[in-house]
Design a protein around this ligand. Structure first.
Ligand SMILES: [Zn+2]
Length: 158
């Protein structure tokens, strides 16, 4: 395990203990080069996250596909590539289920984008293919209050 501070591979475990009700193991590690300490968590993973499509068909979750959609939504917005990669590549770890409906991925992604950037959020609503029915779009907009809609309109018109 490389040191997150100096990237040295000379690190050692100084203690291990169960965490999160034994669903993880927490390890304290120390770097032999810079002497700094850091923590890692080891968790069991399902083999591969499966996505249940609207049609009922299943396919393996593809973080690159999600990242591609996020990039489109966030194009020229004040959002970093790192923020998007963390979300897309960390997605499986965060959901911790063996399978997930595609709509649920859409909802979680919207929550993420809403906390990040309003314009990217609205764009994602319109580009996300499994989530682009007009009714759903309108439902999402309805959940915004008047102030949020005004702010959004101002940003979109810039
Ligand atoms: Zn180090």
């Amino acid at each position: 395990m490389k040191c997150p501070y100096c990237s040295s591979e000379d690190t050692r475990v100084i203690n291990s203990r169960p965490a999160d009700e034994s669903t993880a193991i927490r390890r304290r590690r120390e770097c032999g080069s810079c002497n700094r300490r850091f923590t890692t968590y080891e968790r069991a993973q399902f083999e591969a996250l499966m996505v249940i499509k609207r049609s009922g068909r299943r396919e393996a979750f593809n973080p690159d596909k999600l990242l591609g959609k996020l990039r489109i939504a966030c194009n020229k917005r004040p959002v970093t590539e790192k923020q998007l990669r963390e979300f897309a590549y960390g997605f499986e770890d965060v959901v911790q289920v063996p399978e997930i409906p595609s709509d649920e991925i859409g909802r979680k992604t919207l929550q993420f984008l809403r906390s990040l950037d309003d314009v990217a959020y609205i764009r994602f609503l319109s580009v996300y293919r499994d989530f682009d029915s007009v009714d759903r779009f309108i439902e999402e907009i309805k959940q915004l209050d008047d102030t949020e809609i005004e702010t959004l309109e101002r940003k979109l018109m810039r």
